[in-house]
Structures are given as structure tokens and as C-alpha cells.
Design a protein around this ligand. Structure first.
Ligand SMILES: *Cc1c(COP(=O)(O)O)cnc(C)c1O
Length: 378
């Protein structure tokens, strides 16, 4: 690929020396589980989202599951979440034995639709999980108002939104709790799997911490049946080094997103993404919408452009969730979007030349008239 979808190696090169030194220390002291870097990272990440507590866990899916358990989701309960998200959001619910209740999203931003949330609430609802998709914060004012009225906790899925803000509040510090993922491709990525729960509520933080450590606060004193879901010291070392660069990296994503939008303005057949009012997005993904998407994706890949689709199938149409019994037509906005969305390469180290190449390839793939500049570029 001349332009990959993401370039994680370039990020690592920036932190390599710091990480090498940190890892040498972890190896020398064999502090693999619960080493000093874990608590330091937790404190730094809590400060980053301005939350009182951060509990590091093994991955983002565990973070969601443990946060949901901590706010009181139980077997037989229902949890409302959007139909177009990474499957982990629903898996976390299913693993508790609760039911994911899927709802549609809004046409402009593909974020959970508060009106649909309202219609989905029942006496069995135990939580609502808005997903901050593509680095944009979901409509939290409307969702939290609805949830508060119904006496329900909101757990943010902030896996794609590290550093994003809405009306001055950081993603991860808006709901009762938030789960995030440090999967390598996320805006803040580890060198493997990692995740965290952030919250202001000491009881929720404590529950997550106990659940994640075999149900114990003190070794061999098991209060509840828990899990093994700890943040590795090795990952904490990598995350600490990258966290100090995250604001700058998010700034570069923002600049690249703006540049795509201005280069693509006036290109017929390409719908560019736009931030919702009040949102400061961190552009985890830059998702355009086009007709005849699969052909265009093929042409881009043929031109060496690593475009992708996030996500090709709304959850209700996956085989894993066929048991929900929701056929095609259940969520028209999510379904239509799934056939049109195309993620263009976007990462902090994307160069102007790479971006120009992506834009030229896209403009030559879409049918219809093109702006003069693009034609001249060929
Ligand atoms: C990445 C991601 C998760 C969690 O992923 P893990 O791979 O378990 O860390 C959850 N929700 C969304 C929306 C994600 O993008």
C-alpha cells in the first residue's frame, strides 16, 4: 500500500526510546503485573479526561463489560446501544447475559438517535450505551437527559474518542462511567490489547477494580466471582509515552481531516463528514459516503490506497446477532450507511503527498464532474 489506512509504526518510532527504557526496567524488575507504570498511567489518563478515577483493564470489551456490571447491569436486563458500532459494544452486554437492544442512528453523523433511544426504553432497561463513533462525541445532552428521567445510568463507549470533547467536557467524563480501548489502532494505542474504565464515582471504580482482579481487593480474599482483566505493565509503559503526544497527534488528525474536507469540496458523489455543533472531534476515522462504494473501494485499493469500511454490517444483520430476529429494514439509516461508508487513510503521520494521492484516486474513481484542480492533477 502506498498509503495505509493507519500507520502505527510511525507512531511507535516517536516513542521508541522512551518505551525501550521503560521496558528494560519492567523486564529487569519483572514487575509484569501491577508494576508502578500501571498506577501512574491510570492517574495520568484520569487527569487527561478530567475524571476522578481510571481503572486499567485488559481490553476495551472487558472495560465495557465491567463498567456495565458495575453500574448494575445483570442477566435478563436490557441495554440500549446503536446498531452501527464495532461488535464489542454488544458483546459486552451479551456476556453479562443481558440483551442488547439496538437502535438506529442519525443520518448526518451516524451517532445514536436519542428519539430512538426513548422509544426503546422498557421496564427491563438497565443502561444506555452511546458510542462515540469515528472520534465524534454522541449526543450526550439528549441521551443523559432521557436516561436521568428514567433513572438509568449512561455508560459511554469511548473507544474511538480519546481526547474528543463536547461543550468542553471530555469523552469518558460525561456518563456515569466510560469504557475505552487502547487497541493498537485507536487514537491512543498500546502494543497489544489494553483498555480502561473512567468514572467520577468511587463505588463504580471500586467495583470494576475488584471484578477485574479475581473479585479481590487483597490477594486470596475473594469477595465475588470476578475476572482476570488487568492492564499489563508493559502496555502501561507504552501508553504513558504515547499519552504525552496524544493532544498533538489528535491535532494532526484534525488538520488532515480539514484538509480532506477542503480538497474534496465540490467533488460530486462524495459526501464528506462534518462535526456536530458543540463537538471537538478527534477523527479516529475519516468516513465519506459514496454511491457504488464496493467498486470505489476496489479502485482505491488497486491504486495503493488502504481505504476501509467501518463497519460493513450493522450488528442486527451479523450472523452473531441473527437471534435478535431483526431483519433488513429494521434500522434504515444504519443499513443505508453501511452500503455507502468508506474510511479514508487518516493518522497523525499522514503526509500532504499521501493525502493528495488518496484524493486523486478517489476523484478518479467516482463518476461525474470533478473540480478543475483535481482533473489537472490527473
Ligand atoms: C475498539 C472498540 C471497542 C473495544 O475493543 P477491544 O478490541 O476489546 O479493545 C469497543 N467499542 C468500539 C466502538 C471500538 O471501536
Amino acid at each position: 500500500m502506498r498509503v495505509p489506512l493507519v500507520d502505527i509504526a510511525a507512531q511507535h518510532r516517536e516513542v521508541a526510546e522512551e518505551v525501550d527504557a521503560g521496558l528494560r526496567e519492567v523486564l529487569a524488575t519483572a514487575a509484569f503485573i501491577g508494576g508502578p507504570a500501571v498506577a501512574k498511567f491510570e492517574a495520568e489518563y484520569a487527569a487527561f479526561v478530567n475524571a476522578a478515577h481510571c481503572v486499567g483493564v485488559a481490553n476495551g470489551t472487558d472495560a465495557l463489560e465491567l463498567a456495565l456490571r458495575a453500574v448494575g447491569v445483570t442477566t435478563g436486563g436490557e441495554v440500549v446501544l446503536p446498531a452501527n458500532t464495532f461488535i464489542a459494544t454488544a458483546e459486552a452486554v451479551s456476556r453479562i447475559g443481558a440483551r442488547p437492544v439496538l437502535v438506529d442512528v442519525d443520518e448526518d453523523h451516524l451517532l445514536i438517535d436519542p428519539a430512538a433511544v426513548e422509544r426503546a426504553l422498557t421496564t427491563r432497561t438497565q443502561a444506555v450505551v452511546p458510542v462515540h463513533l469515528f472520534g465524534q462525541v454522541a449526543p450526550m445532552e439528549a441521551v443523559t437527559a432521557l436516561a436521568a428521567q428514567a433513572g438509568l445510568p449512561v455508560v459511554e463507549d469511548a473507544a474511538q474518542a480519546q481526547g474528543a470533547r463536547q461543550l468542553g467536557r471530555a469523552a469518558g467524563h460525561i456518563g456515569a462511567a466510560a469504557a475505552t480501548s487502547f487497541y493498537p489502532g485507536k487514537n491512543l494505542g498500546a502494543a497489544g490489547d489494553a483498555g480502561a474504565v473512567t468514572t467520577d464515582d468511587p463505588t463504580i471504580a471500586d467495583r470494576v477494580r475488584v471484578l477485574a482482579a479475581h473479585g479481590s481487593r487483597t490477594k486470596y480474599d475473594h469477595e465475588v466471582v470476578g475476572f482476570n482483566s488487568r492492564l499489563d505493565t508493559v502496555q502501561a509503559v507504552v501508553l504513558r509515552a504515547k499519552l504525552t503526544r496524544l493532544e498533538r497527534w489528535n491535532g494532526r488528525r484534525r488538520a488532515a481531516a480539514q484538509r480532506y474536507t477542503s480538497l474534496l469540496a465540490g467533488t460530486a458523489g462524495v459526501r464528506t463528514p462534518a462535526s456536530a455543533p458543540g463537538n471537538e472531534d478527534v477523527w479516529h476515522l475519516y468516513v465519506v459516503r459514496v454511491a457504488d462504494r464496493d467498486r470505489i473501494l476496489g479502485e482505491l485499493q488497486g491504486a495503493g490506497v488502504g481505504a476501509g469500511i467501518h463497519y460493513p454490517t450493522p450488528l442486527h444483520l451479523t450472523r452473531a446477532y441473527s437471534h435478535l430476529g431483526l431483519g433488513p429494514g429494521s434500522f434504515p439509516v444504519a443499513e443505508r450507511a453501511a452500503g455507502a461508508i468508506l474510511s479514508l487513510p487518516l493518522y497523525p503521520h499522514l503526509t500532504d503527498e499521501q493525502q493528495d494521492l488518496v484524493v486523486a484516486a478517489l476523484q478518479s474513481a467516482v463518476p461525474g464532474p470533478r473540480p478543475a484542480m483535481a482533473r489537472a492533477r490527473g
